[in-house]
Design a protein around this ligand. Sequence first.
Ligand code: FE2
Length: 167
Amino acid sequence: MDYEAGLEMLKFFGADNRLVNHSVGVAGVAYELASKVNGHGVNPERVRVAGLLHDIGRTIGEPHEIYSGAILMNMDKKLAGIVRQHGFLYEKMKLAGIVVPDLLPVQMENKIVALADGYFGQRRMSLKERFDDIRERYQNDGMFVKAVDMAQGRFEQMEREIVRGKG
Ligand SMILES: [Fe+2]
């Protein structure tokens, strides 16, 4: 699926302006990060489309990461694989006593999309700003804030690996 088709699909699924703005922003950052990573099987154009569609599952509900993967599975298996492991679902489930290692990004393309999501809310920002912003928006959901706290170190590690090239 190419970028234009992805944008049409996002709108077809009912994404509002906020979600489209976030998705387009994440796609741009993901492409930029992917273009600087050499090797690791990274295809910048594919990562861009995955960034665009990573939150398409939000048009259905939670856990949106799973829905994003499910929607794409029937259209583009590679994209489905990239979008599934973003966000904080691993930590949310762990807090519920369910440990699913498969929810953690392992492939470089997955990590790039997850990190790009950590750099762009409604605008480009640092990881710290983005995590503080999320904590503030979800301050009434104590469990979610706990999951976000747990996940922050994992995102900082991805940043070291992708942006600074240290594993
Ligand atoms: Fe997102």
